[in-house]
Design a protein around this ligand. Sequence first.
Ligand code: ATP
Ligand code: MG
Length: 438
Amino acid sequence: MRLSRYFLPVLKEAPSDIEIVSHRLMVRAGMIRQEAAGIYAWLPLGFRVLKKIEQIVREEMERAGSVELLMPTLQLADLWRESGRYDDYGQEMLRITDRHDREMLYGPTNEEMITEIFRAYVKSYKALPLNLFHIQWKFRDERRPRFGVMRGREFLMKDAYSFDVDEQSARKAYNRMFVAYLNLFSRMGLKAVPMRADTGPIGGDLSHEFIILADTGESQVFCHKDLIEMGAPGPDVNWDDLQAQVDRRTSLYAATEEMHDEVRFASEAPEASRLSARGIEVGHIFYFGDKYSKAMKASITGPDGVDRPAQMGSYGVGVSRLVAGIIEASHDENGVIWPDAVAPYDVALINLRPGDEACDAACETAYAAIARAGKEALYDDTDERPGGKFAKADLIGLPWQLVIGPKGLADGVVELKRRATGEKLSIPLEAALEKLCG
Ligand code: ATP
Ligand code: MG
């Protein structure tokens, strides 16, 4: 993409009422624009990151055996009356009436609708286990939308739902999601720690929140330090038996504020290993048994010929919140530092003197070579002064900067800078491209 034809409305200053760094950087880097409290337009740069995150989530969900569909944002109130949640949800639910005076709502989550879909088609244990997910906008009329897309009212969530014939198999489904979550957060460059969590209004008895640590996090969390450094299991695990992977982690103390028990914490973790910190919830998994399937009569016939409500779980990832969460975890005083896997472009290609024949030719060569290698460059071909270009490149935080100017070219070199470390190499263009494109 050529910057001269792109839409990247960067700002020198962000509005002074912005409280946290990710929100400030997203506004300054032209990633989002607030349209109403907690409701944002995703500008091109922000939208690309959102799509990258979404794709990683999708791939890891599919790897774990979940199947993608897409449910609508609008739902019938009557569906929610079946589960009893229509009244329980209170003011967080955005209620809408259509032209026929039918009561509807903008979905804050989809347990009811997926249960309705399931019960329409699945009658036998033979179709199980089944795990379905979608990535769709949700609306929750949060009392205090804040911190940009971190706590929005409209936000993008991946929500998956598992259906099993019995508890044993449902726990396996839970474990698959547990491991998929570790893997997908790790692919985004995040250290997300599973913590015992309260099940809240969704109910159930087994639940973990996946938390990334950040000073600006809204929840206080407590965990054994070893959990932070424990790597993700990776894709090459035995997906049919993940109990050991799960146990390795759940045997170490980790709890959110609501579930925290100071006495247990003290007895289960030696003082030096006890960490108390702020955290951001980026995912949440629940096993809730027959809570919805019973109320909504989603029954299946078991191998014994007896009908029983399906055993269910639900599994959410805050896709739009992750954009901000990743920035909280990865930035410096000059701007964002995107992990490679979610960067909106791979390389900022900076032409220090557009109009100069040698500079233009070298940049075009680089631009084409990067594209040929299947990578993406954002080519700054504008006539802004170099200082402005460098500041902008640091602000938007692409992993690499390839800087081409007349002085360097005269000496046969370009400059390749790694955004994360600031490390700079003055090397011939071919060598720089070799490094970038491999
Ligand atoms: P929170 O405690 O932060 O309000 P929640 O527990 O109500 O979130 P869940 O129902 O568990 O949220 O939703 C699944 C995921 O969706 C959360 O882990 C979070 O990452 C994301 N999420 C929830 N609410 C919001 C919001 N208002 N804005 C952005 N993302 C959100
Ligand atoms: Mg939650």
